[in-house]
Ligand binder design. Structure first.
Ligand code: FPP
Length: 242
């Protein structure tokens, strides 16, 4: 457990995004089924939300289920759905206790009715919170998000609400993304040592700093979050300038 003192001289990024990888490998290493890794992963999500709120992040975005994850075995997808059902209720409690506003990005329409209702409730019951915004990406893919944004834009053009002209800026386009009104991530953390974006926040991560840790997601903790923030503090962000 670290002290608040170690944060004193650090610039705290506004927005941290996390690719939570390695649940399966964590379980396998222990001779357990993959779903045990996901269950432990959920516990770590809860703890990380609390840590992020206390550290003073404004936004924390996690990749919980990608548009490609449907390709996993029926058993594993079913187990993940059960975990969502169970943890959405727990998350509401964690969010309320920590003044956290929860938002989901991704195409929720593909989920079972009760999960969609749970997501709506979680967003609705926390919308007045003024602390951390916790963003969960579910049935999320960066390309799919851009595709859906393009469809929404085309609909606006067709309805005469927008003009498809050179004046239409990158900032204008970003308002059609699921992350409209959110700042872009300053820092991306990926666990379990893999060096890929895996279709996560393709538009939004354009200038984010990247921190890769070898820890599997179920082993992630506050110390490693602080290590990532310390590494971020050593980076010199130029956004394409000199
Ligand atoms: C990656 O590990 C993890 C996932 C695909 C699922 C992540 C989901 C959670 C931690 C649950 C989140 C829950 C809520 C309520 C936000 P992997 O299975 O790809 O691991 P591997 O690469 O070792 O196989």
């Amino acid at each position: 457990m670290g002290t608040e003192n170690e944060l004193k001289d650090l610039i705290i990024p506004d927005h941290v995004a996390i690719i939570m990888d390695g649940n399966g490998r964590w379980a396998k290493k222990r001779g357990l089924p993959r779903t045990f890794g996901h269950r432990q992963g959920c516990t770590v999500v809860e703890r990380t939300v609390e840590d992020a709120a206390r550290i003073g992040l404004k936004y924390l975005t996690v990749y919980a289920f990608s548009t490609e994850n449907w390709k996993r075995s029926e058993d594993e997808v079913g187990a993940l759905m059960q975990l969502f059902r169970y943890y959405m209720v727990r998350l509401l409690d964690v969010a309320v206790k920590n003044n956290v506003r929860v938002k989901m990005i991704g195409d929720r329409r593909r989920f079972p009715e009760d999960i969609i209702a749970g997501i709506d409730r979680l967003e609705n019951d926390t919308k007045e919170a003024t602390g951390l915004t916790f963003v969960i990406a579910v049935n999320y893919g960066g390309r799919d998000e851009i595709r859906r944004a393009a469809i929404k834009f085309a609909e606006d053009v067709k309805a005469g609400r927008r003009e498809a002209s050179e004046e239409f800026s990158e900032d204008d386009f970003s308002e059609y993304l699921d992350t409209a009104h959110m700042p872009y991530p300053d820092l991306l953390i990926r666990t379990s040592g893999e060096l890929r974006l895996s279709n996560f926040l393709l538009w939004q991560l354009a200038y984010s700093e990247i921190y890769i840790t070898d820890l599997y997601w179920p082993d992630f903790n506050r110390d490693e979050l602080i290590n990532a923030i310390k590494a971020y503090n050593k980076r010199n962000r130029r956004f394409g300038g000199v």
